[in-house]
Design a protein around this ligand. Structure first.
Ligand code: SAM
Length: 190
């Protein structure tokens, strides 16, 4: 296991999925599939979350945007990975889920992690940009320029686009490169 795998393993152990699920779904927490969290949205499949975090490679002290916080699970996992010197800024479109994420995150007691209601017509959090890392847990039909614009230099985004994961990297000079990997299915990015 390499260093990033070990760090992700430790984050999964420290942030149990069941604490982010509605009561009646908790007994399914160990199953490797997406689970319903209400409002036709899901807590993502654990192996997919793990792969996305491996590709994202969030480091201690990073400033991270989590688009589609849903249950708050990915925000808390990111919170563990960046630690108290970092920042995790979650945005969620559905107000009831943003509330649920905030309630779920209370127990994690990570003061550097917050979840905000997404502004209608505003993708991500341009007022908080730039970010070192952006994780998107809902699928776009094309790569959103508005999110690429929120990446800092030497920064990375992982986003599902039309059934595949795009790993978007902005280098020191500001150039952007995109690599597409795997085959995945996500709820739509709205
Ligand atoms: C797969 S689910 C959530 C997974 C989540 N990361 C978790 O750990 O539970 C994706 C979420 O993205 C949200 N979403 C969709 N479009 C969005 C947008 N433009 N801004 C913010 N959230 C969005 C949905 O409401 C949904 O809750």
């Amino acid at each position: 296991m390499n260093q990033i795998d070990e760090r992700i393993q430790a984050a999964f152990a420290a942030v149990p999925r069941e604490k982010f699920l509605p009561r009646k779904q908790r007994r399914h927490a160990g199953e490797n599939r997406p689970l319903l969290i209400g409002h036709e949205q899901t807590n993502s499949q654990p192996t997919t979350v793990r792969q996305m975090l491996q590709m994202l490679d969030p480091r201690t002290g990073h400033r991270v945007l989590d688009v589609g916080s849903g249950s708050g699970w990915t925000s808390a996992l990111l919170g563990h990975l960046v630690g108290p010197t970092g920042v995790v800024y979650g945005v969620e479109l559905i107000p009831e889920l943003a509330d649920m994420a905030r309630r779920n995150l209370t127990a994690a007691a990570q003061h550097w992690v917050s979840v905000h209601q997404a502004e209608i017509g505003v993708l991500g959090a341009p007022s908080q940009a730039p970010f070192d890392r952006i994780l998107v847990s809902a699928e776009a039909t094309s790569l959103p320029a508005a999110l690429v614009d929120q990446l800092d230099r030497r920064a990375r985004m992982v986003i599902p686009v039309s059934g595949r994961l795009s790993v978007v990297e902005r280098d020191e000079a500001g150039s952007v490169a995109v690599r597409r990997v795997g085959h995945y299915s996500f709820v739509p990015l709205k």
